[in-house]
Design a protein around this ligand. Sequence first.
Ligand SMILES: Nc1ncnc2c1ncn2[C@@H]1O[C@H](COP(=O)(O)OP(=O)(O)O)[C@@H](O)[C@H]1O
Ligand SMILES: [Mg+2]
Length: 230
Amino acid sequence: MKGIFVTGTDTNIGKTFISCTITRVLKEYGIDVGVMKPFATSHRRFSSTFSSEDVWRLARAANVADPDDLMNPFFYQIGTAPFLAATMSGRPTPNLSFAVKKLRRLSKQHEFLVVEGIGGIMVPISRRETLLDFIKMVGFPAIIVTSPKLGTINHTLLTFHACLSRKIRVYAIIINKKPETTSKVQDRLGSLLSTLTGVKRVIEIPRIRNGHNLKSVEKLIARDLLDLEQ
Ligand SMILES: Nc1ncnc2c1ncn2[C@@H]1O[C@H](COP(=O)(O)OP(=O)(O)O)[C@@H](O)[C@H]1O
Ligand SMILES: [Mg+2]
């Protein structure tokens, strides 16, 4: 079973954007990529085919026709952590083993899986389990998507050490939405995070406007994240 787990320090940090970019790049290199977002919540269903907009985006990037309930076994129609969403809607909380089973099935159909988490690493999935427990069960290395904003050093290190505490390998840290002009502090962020964590791949991705420079982001991801020559 081969794949990567994309988590982040927060919601809206760029997990879907990065997951989709990784997926497109791998596909360009001829790899058959499957996608998954095991747990999703939103105040509304996205469409009749896809409950979650993220899953639609991921499936579009991968150009797959896998069923929605395989890519996203758990969806709740309240936009919050799955545990709370399940409790509030009077439904059972997600069963992690069931989600792993779906992931295994999906991984048999593709060479490589890109799996997007939900929110940050300590998001409660059930009374006693967080996303971290699920990543551990899956066994894929993690990518931490983070931001260049003030406070990010703390958030990134919290996330990194949570992974470390469960022996989850952190494959890379991605500082996403880097502004065009950066402060002297922001300029040092990448090397600081690399020094403090020992993670070799700390990659800065610019904030792009209206999809411009998407190709250059793909090149960065191919070369610096996936070690594919370009
Ligand atoms: N590098 C980037 N440049 C510009 N916009 C971005 C970038 N990364 C993410 N976004 C935008 O930020 C928003 C949140 O990103 P998303 O990937 O959905 O975050 P998450 O999955 O962590 O909630 C989306 O509108 C997305 O298009
Ligand atoms: Mg997302």
